[in-house]
Structure formats: C-alpha cells, structure tokens
Write a protein that binds this ligand. Structure first.
Ligand code: ASP
Length: 449
C-alpha cells in the first residue's frame, strides 16, 4: 500500500490534475492521496497559499475580501469545471472561502494558520470530487478525523507522537482517501500548519502512521539532482540515497523534499521516492534506510550561503576547562544559535547563520567575547558559503577529502574551514561565497562523469 503526495505544481491547473488522476488510477496500491494547494501554473503565477496570505493581510487591514476570494475560487473553478464535477463540491469551496470574513481577528492566534490551511483543505475536497467523477471510489478525510494531532506552534507545528496511533486506525481504507497536507489540529481543536512546503511532512506522517510500503512524493522534476542545475550543466539524477544523505543535502539547500519530512518515514523505515508528475514513468530518486555504498562514495554536492564565522584563538586553550562552554553561553545570551564548531588545539571557529546578526549585535557580541574570554586573536568573517560533499560511501573509501581539496586547490579556491564528523556522511568546506559556483562545479566533475 502506498501513500502518494502531490505538490502544488502538480495540482496547479486542470491539465496537471488530469495527470494526477491518471497516476492515482494507474496503481490500485495508491490508497492515500495527500495534496498541496494549487501552485504556480507558470513562473510569473502566484500560489493559492500566497493568495491566502494576501487575504489574511486584507482582513487585518479591514479591506474587502471579495476580489481575493474570487481570484482564489477561480483557481478551483477552472479545475473543477474541466472535470464536470457536481455543483455541490464547488459551492462548498466558495462557502468555505467566504466564511473567512466572519473569523474573529482579536484573540485568535490561529487565524493565519486557519486561513492558509484552506488552500489544501479545499483542494482535497476538489480532488476527491474529481476522482469520484472519474469513477474512483474516493473520499475526502479531514486531518482532525484522521488523527493528525500537532503541537500548538502556529506556522511551525510538529506532529504529536500520539497522532501515529490514531492514523494507524485508517490503515485499511475503503477506497482512496484524499487528505489535505500542510496542517493538523492541536489537542484543543485549533488548526496549526507545519512550516512552508509542509505537505511533504503530512505525507510522511500518514505513510508512517498507516505503515505504508512506500511514500511517493510527486513533484515537477525527474528526481533529485546530484548538484544544483543552475551551477552544473545537466547534473546527474541520483537513483538512490540514504535518509542520512538526504538530511545533509536538505540542510545545504536541496529543497525538493522538505527537510522535516524525512523524520517520520525514517523512524518507520518507509522508503520515499521523489517522482515527476509530468513524467511518471521515470523511476525518480529513492530515499532508503541503507544502500550499497560501494556503488557511489559521493551522491551529491550541495551548498548554502549566508554564513559568518567567529574565530577565537588563545594560547593553551585546550587546558582551560569550560572554555567552549563560556563562549557558547555568550552566544546563548545573545539568542544566537550556531551551526558548526570546528576547533584546533588553541583555537575554535564558530559558524553561525549571518541573518542572526546586525551591526549593533555583532559589536556587542564581539566586545563581550573579548572581555570574558580574553583571546589572543578574535575576528569575524562574513559572506561564507558552506559546500558539502555528501556520501556515506566515503566511510569505506580512502581519499575523498584529499581528492576534494586537491581539486579545489587546483582552482585556487581558498578553504576557510573544513569539517567532517565521525559519522562520515559528509565533508564540509567553508569558502568565500564568490567562489561557491566554481567550487560546486569543480567538486561535481571530480566525483561525477
Ligand atoms: N501550500 C503550502 C505552501 O505553499 C504547503 C505545501 O505546498 O506543501 O507552503
């Protein structure tokens, strides 16, 4: 039995929905269909979720909601009419969108989430209606009835452990169940959404709950590229990678699959496959617990920009008990999280996301470190990019770091930092952002044809 999730671009128009219907019909094992809200039909287009954000803003500003309600409804109407679904389905969507006007603004911390959730909720109702009209025994299931219980963290909910036991009860469905992604209900019955792009998370939770054999995540690409296609001409598509590898790649900017979506499938050991709605016969990229590591030591090269590095050096630092703790306490006092912390005998580098700092905060932070730590040398470097060479196979092969650094050196790319944990899933290089593209290309051609 399979759980299948369609992203916004797969549901953006009637033409796209026709492909979705064919995919659902093609395999009777596809019993749970998790849907996003209609996405962009072209690069200039706007997602229904973003229109709903505008609707929320209009409501707060006490502007008329009618033009936006009409614009959003038109998206569903175009799709529904093309499939000649029953009038009642479309009427219900209109009523639901119009009912937003009556929601209270005051003392309503869940208003934003409630409004945003309408995108997926109405789409699930629409797709269920379309599947029925196409002869499929299908029905809409509300996340509350399903048991999608989440923490009370508006805009950033997490699934509650007990949700899995509730969802398990649906494991033998009578026909195809269509479930809206992106949101769940708190124990008090309020709607809370996951973070943006969170329908991937919903699909993964459903797959884990019903113990699916496979979680199929349909997007608009043939799979996950081994490097950014904007940096490398026609990069390879990965056939297989492990959850750990995917986690590392997602961290460094591979956004095809939401990084929080991995955990539920990973815990339940359910394989995930990323496939293309526009090319469903392509095998896609499979994310699995273990793979044959001899096949490819490196699966992908990722990068992310926007890092700063605080460098602290102090002679005999290694003998000062509590040195690192004191530095980290200062960061904590300033509410700054760190990403990486490679260290030497007498020095330590702390890599942080630059967006946590402004000029003022930086000055106060550096002053405090200088005063409390009394270092011999203290400096901060900005505009760094982190390049990750990812592959569990490097555990079993000598020389991946050597090959990487040699290739980067040949291109005169200066390494500000190197970091490799003992798990050996990735090697990370901190470089100046201007050299990011060149570094990605260089590393890609070192490990791929
Ligand atoms: N519609 C939501 C968003 O645009 C969630 C999703 O598509 O996964 O973020």
């Amino acid at each position: 039995m399979k759980v299948i999730k369609f992203g916004g671009s797969s549901l953006a128009s009637s033409e796209q929905v026709a492909k979705v219907v064919a995919i659902v019909k093609d395999d009777p094992q596809r019993r749970f269909v998790v849907v996003s809200a209609p996405g962009k039909r072209s690069t200039e287009d706007i997602k229904v979720t973003d229109l709903l954000i505008q609707l929320y803003e209009a409501k707060l500003a006490h502007r008329s909601l009618t033009p936006l309600v009409e614009e959003i409804f038109a998206r569903y109407l175009e799709i529904g009419e093309a499939f000649e679904i029953g009038e009642e389905h479309l009427a219900a969507i209109r009523i639901d969108l119009e009912s937003i006007a009556a929601l209270p603004i005051e003392n309503n911390p869940h208003l934003y989430d409630h409004i945003l959730s309408r995108g997926e909720d109405n789409n699930a109702k629409l797709i269920a209606g379309i599947l029925q009209a196409q002869g499929v025994t299908a029905r809409y299931v509300n996340p509350r009835d399903l048991g999608m219980l989440v923490s009370d963290e508006p805009g950033n909910a997490r699934v509650l452990y007990k949700a899995y036991n509730q969802i398990k009860k649906w494991a033998q469905p009578d026909g195809v169940l269509v479930i809206p992604g992106f949101f769940g209900y708190t124990e008090e019955g309020n709607i809370c959404t996951f973070s943006r792009g969170g329908s991937d998370i919903s699909g993964s939770i459903v797959a884990a709950g019903v113990k699916a054999d496979l979680y199929e995540n349909f997007t608009d690409v043939d799979g996950i590229f081994a490097a950014h296609p904007g940096y490398v001409h026609k990069p390879e598509i990965m056939k297989e990678l492990t959850y750990r590898e995917m986690r590392e790649l997602a961290y460094a900017g591979f956004t095809v699959f939401h990084d929080e979506a991995l955990m539920p499938s990973f815990r339940a050991k359910i394989p995930v496959v990323i496939k293309n709605t526009n090319n469903p016969n392509c095998r896609g990229t499979k994310i699995i617990p273990e793979r044959d590591l001899t096949e490819k030591p490196v699966v992908g090269i990722a990068s992310d920009e926007g890092f700063s590095m605080i460098y602290i050096s102090k002679y005999l630092m290694n003998r000062e008990i509590g040195f690192t703790r004191r530095v980290l306490t200062i960061l904590e006092e300033f509410g700054i999280g760190y990403e990486h912390m490679p260290s030497g005998i007498d020095d330590i580098s702390i890599v942080i996301r630059s967006n946590q700092l402004d000029d003022d905060l930086q000055e106060q932070l550096m002053r405090k470190i200088a005063y409390e730590i009394d270092p011999d040398e203290l400096r901060i470097t900005h505009d760094l990019s982190m390049i990750m060479v990812v592959g569990e196979g490097m555990r079993q092969r000598v020389g991946i770091t050597a090959e990487s650094t040699a290739a980067l050196a040949r291109k005169r790319i200066n390494l500000e930092m190197i970091n490799q944990g003992s798990s050996e899933v990735s090697i990370m290089f901190g470089i100046h952002k201007e050299q990011e593209k060149l570094a990605i290309r260089t590393l890609y051609y070192t490990f791929f044809d």
